[in-house]
Structures are given as C-alpha cells and as structure tokens.
Design a protein around this ligand. Sequence first.
Ligand code: BG6
Length: 491
Amino acid sequence: MIKALENFDLVIFGGDGDLSLRKIIPAVINRIKDGQIKSQSKVVVASISSYTTKSFITYMKDKMLEYGIKIDQSAFSELITMISYVNLDLTISSNYQALYKALEKSPNPQTIFYYSTPSKLFDVISKHLFENKLINDVTKIVLEKPLGSNLKSFEKLNKQVRKYFREDQIYRIDHYLGKETVQNLMVLRFANHLYELAWNAQNIDNVQITVAESIGVESRKEFYDSYGALKDMIQNHLLQLLCLVAMEPPSSLTADNVRNEKLKVLQSLRPYKANEISSLTVKGQYTRGEVDSKFVNSYQEDIETYESNTETFVALRTYIDNWRWAGVPFYLRTGKRMPARYSEIVINFKRVAHNLFPSRNKIDRNKLIIRLQPEERIELVQMVKLPGPGGYRYKPISLELDYGGSFSKKFPEAYERLLIDVVRGNQTLFMHEDEVRASWEWIHSITDNWDKTEQELELYKAGSDGPGNKVLKPSHYWHQSKAFGNEEIVV
Ligand code: BG6
C-alpha cells in the first residue's frame, strides 16, 4: 500500500517546455494514479507563453499524445482539477505577483519551485521569489542540470542561489540517480556479502561504464553545441554512476553520509596531465551514417553550422587514487548516434591465478554486468564446463537476473521517485554542492588539457561504435555482452 504524501504546491518554471511535458508532469500524473499525490495538492505551470489554464491543458494533452506518453485518463482528469497556468516573464520581478496570488490562499504547508529553465535564469528567479515574499523556511527548489558549464560558472550560480536558500532546501537533480537499477546498485553492493568481499583492487581488474544513445542532438542544437558530451553526460550521469560503484559503504543511509562518501570518490579521481591526455581520452563527432537501418545526418548537418568542434562522443580511462581502487582503470564512455541505446556497468574481475586446465586458451574473466537500459538486467558471467566426454571444454555462461521482469509492477520513472523524495525532504539522491564542485574541478583537467594540447576531434560514422585509439580502442576494452556468448575455449 503506497502512503499518500502530505499535500503540497508544485510550481514548474518553464513548465510548458519539453522536460516538463515529457517527464515532470507525467511523473505527477503517475503518482496521482497510484494515490500518492492527492487532488488537494496544486500544480502551477509558470512560463512566458501566453496560455490560459484552459489552452495550456489542451496544449499539454496534444504534446503528450505527440510524444507517445501513455497516461492514465482518470489521473489526468484529476490533474486538470489541480493545475493552473500563470503567464509571467521570469526576469520581471513584478510579474511574480501573479504567482503570489495563485499560491496565497493555498492551505498546503510546502511549496516546491521546480526550475525547469536554463541555468542562467536561476539567479533571477531566486531573487524575484525573495522580493515577492514567496520563500519561507520550508520552501524547496529543484534545479535541473546543467549546473553551470565549468567550475567558475557553477560557483557563481551556486553563490547566487545560496543567497536565498539553505543547502537543505536545494535539490540538484540528476535523473540517473532516480533509476531503479541505479538504486539497486546500493543494495547489490551492500546487501550481498560475496560482492562486497570482492569489491576492490585485489579482485577487480577494471570497471567499464557505458551510456550509449542512438539518438542525435535532436532539438537542442544550440545548447548541445555549447556543451558537448563531456559536460552533458560525463560530468553528471556517468560520474554519479562511478561514485555509486566506487564509494565506501556509508555508515548509514542518511543523505549526508551517502553524499560524503560519493564526494570522497570524486575528490580521489586522478586529474589528467597534458602529456597523457591524448592517450587516456578520446573525443569524437558523428558523421553521416545509418542507425536502425535509416540514413541519418552528420552532427554538423544536424546543428546546421558546419564548423563545430563539439564532441558527441567521449571515452576515457581514469583512476581513483585511494586504497580500495589503487591501479584499477575505470573506463567511461558515452556517445550519441551509437548503434543502439544501452547503458551498462561492467565489473571485470581478475583472471584466476593459475590455469589448471591443460589449455593454451585463457580462462575468461568473471564479469558482473549491470544493465540499466533499455532493459534492467543483472548478469554474472562465469566459466562452465561444456557437457560431454573428451576432456575439459569450457565457455562463459551468464547467470541472469531479469530485474525488471522479476517484479509484477512496472518500475516508476526516475522523475517520479525523485519528485516524491523532494516532497518528503530526502536529499540522498540529489547532488550536494560539494559534489558538483568536485566534478567540475576534475572535468576542468580534461577540458583544459584538451585545449592546451589541441587534442584532435576524431570523426566516427553514425551507427558505428565510435572512434578509438590504441589505448581506448573499442575492441580493447568495450564489453559486448551479446558477442562473447558464442566463444568457446577448447582444451
Ligand atoms: C540528459 C542529457 O541529461 O540525459 C541528454 O542532457 C541525454 O543528452 C539524456 O539524451 C539521457 O537520459 P536517459 O535517461 O534517456 O538515458
């Protein structure tokens, strides 16, 4: 039985935008459907477009249909009774009076302001909320990434927001942390004796984290071109995954304890030096090619500028300089226009110390594969004997746990879980300012050295596995779970 939440008011700035219509509002609808959000809560969509509440509802409905979002009709009807649209220019303080009016009579104890806007507006929104007396002790704000574009811009933005809000009122969202499989990482590691015993440099050879997407830059040309894959994906999502894989067991599950452990990982990441950057990192950009048997344009064609040096692919090898992980390479890879959409974490264990079997072939490594998407699955790859006489023949076979399929209920979307956590005041799955700071510091050692050494941008065909160099060549380290199953090592 899901417990209903205390009623609240949710204001979504930029609420008529893509993120809101694809993720935030559908998350509210799903939680209404499960009875967790009651109709006494309010949803206020605030934006500069001149909708009325009625015309916004029509627009929202059409967009959700266009995006193919499946919504429960009765929950949607309930949402309509809770939603209102406020037309305001976020940069004009007096405009916030309309918001004040929309909220003033609400009996709900807490207001959550969701900043689904470019981060350059975070300062001005916070200031105007303050000037219009819309902030109190229990107000919370949710900040969407990107949080700045480097350490300096993050510090500036953070300082401005912190003028008006305490750290415990700020929820910096990284939707990867809301994914069920990502949270399952904590349980997998800390509720299974066997894994925790093996989770160190003595037993693990390398760790590979891949987030591959088959989509291109879609409608976000300008934004993406000023960011690139390193800042769009590695700085947040992949580093957060790395933290969960590598952190020490926290002494308890409180937000501070978990976030402190993640912070220590980020602070232990080895910064890059100019003389090694080209052998430890690869950046690439897609050219024309084929994805899902369909011809697709090059990145330059997609963004229509024809002279961009922005990377749409990054692969890198990094090290965590602490006792647990000394000498263990962590490979991070992400790219757009890859052959398929998949995200996975692969823990490659060391080979057995001695091969007892009279073979020229190596015994394959044990691997723990945590597949995050498109399907949620955990595989433990181990060597088994092929049945039959004639000596020992063996091959790697997976013990598979269909994580998604093992439960009758569909997993909630990441945004649903995160929204509920904001209402409940649980910051565990949100980034502390120190984590963001540490990740930008480390990212700086990459961007700075890419600039200093004028590192080459390698082109790759859309639909291929991306570029690679001697050290980071795909075949050298990328795990392809489908491919190895047929390998047979004959003694
Ligand atoms: C976003 C990035 O944060 O994550 C996008 O800005 C990317 O470029 C997206 O496509 C991927 O999220 P998911 O949940 O689809 O893997």
